[in-house]
Design a protein around this ligand. Structure first.
Ligand code: FE2
Length: 228
C-alpha cells in the first residue's frame, strides 16, 4: 500500500502531489501552491501524515510556491535541484541524489532545459516531471535560462526509463492527470517523430505570451515563496 494524492489548482492549472509511507506516516509534497496552503494542510491532516520534505521541480514562473508557508507551519525541509541555486532551500539535490521518507525513497534527476534547475523526481514507477515533460507537451524554453537543446537531452534521458512508467506532470491545461512514457513517446507532438534539430526549431518558433504572474512569481519563488 502507498499513500498518494494528486491535487489541482484551478487558477494556475498546477498539479501538486502528496506521497507518504503508510507505516511511518512520513510524507513529502511536490510543488505546492501558495494559495492552496489551507487545502494542503487539510490533506496532510486528513492523511494523518507528517510532512518531512517539500520538493520543488523548479523555480516556477506561473505561481508562487506554497513551500515557504508549509515549511514555516510544519518544519518540513525545503528541497530543490542544485541547478536552481536557491539560497533559501534547506537542501539542494544533484542528479542521482535521493531522499528517504519512512521506508520510501525518491530520486532526483537533473532535467534542465525549461529552467536550469529543473528536476524530475522518480518514485517507484512514477516520474514527477514538473514542466520538463507535460502530457502532449513539454516546458517552454523562452525564459528563465530556457534551452531547447538542453530540454531535448533531458527528455531523452526520461524516455530511457521503462515504457510503462507513469508520468505525473507539473501542469495540465486540458483536464488530463497522468500519462505514461510510452504514450508520450508515441504521440506527444513535441517529441514523437521529431529529430533533435526539429525539436529545437519547434520550441524556438513558439510565440507564447508571457505567464500572467511571472514578474511576481519568480522573485517570490527565489525566496522560496516567503514574503520579501
Ligand atoms: Fe515552469
Amino acid at each position: 500500500m502507498i499513500l498518494f494524492r494528486q491535487l489541482f489548482d484551478d487558477d494556475t492549472s498546477t498539479l501538486t502531489y502528496i506521497l507518504a509511507d503508510p507505516v511511518t506516516r512520513d510524507a513529502i509534497i511536490i510543488d505546492p501552491v501558495h494559495e492552496q496552503f489551507d487545502r494542503d494542510l487539510a490533506e496532510i491532516c486528513d492523511m494523518e501524515v507528517r510532512l518531512k520534505y517539500i520538493l520543488e521541480t523548479h523555480v516556477h514562473a506561473d505561481h508562487i510556491t506554497g513551500g515557504g508557508r508549509l515549511r514555516e507551519e510544519t518544519g518540513a525541509r525545503f528541497v530543490a535541484g542544485v541547478g536552481s541555486r536557491l539560497e533559501c532551500a534547506d537542501l539542494l539535490l544533484a542528479d542521482g541524489d535521493s531522499l528517504s521518507f519512512g521506508n520510501e525513497v525518491i530520486h532526483a534527476l537533473a532535467t534542465p532545459g525549461h529552467t536550469d534547475g529543473c528536476t524530475t523526481y522518480r518514485w517507484r514507477d512514477r516520474l514527477f516531471t514538473g514542466d520538463t515533460l507535460l502530457i502532449d507537451a513539454c516546458g517552454r524554453t523562452d525564459f528563465q535560462q530556457g534551452s531547447a537543446e538542453r530540454l531535448y537531452n533531458s527528455l531523452s534521458r526520461l524516455f530511457e526509463f521503462p515504457a510503462e512508467t507513469l508520468v505525473f506532470p507539473g501542469h495540465d491545461y486540458n483536464g488530463r492527470r497522468v500519462s505514461t512514457l510510452s504514450q508520450e513517446a508515441g504521440i506527444n507532438p513535441y517529441w514523437a517523430g521529431l529529430t533533435k534539430a526539429e525539436f529545437i526549431e519547434k520550441l524556438n518558433a513558439l510565440n507564447l505570451p508571457k505567464p500572467r504572474k511571472i514578474d511576481v512569481a519568480v522573485p517570490a519563488n527565489l525566496r522560496c515563496g516567503e514574503a520579501a
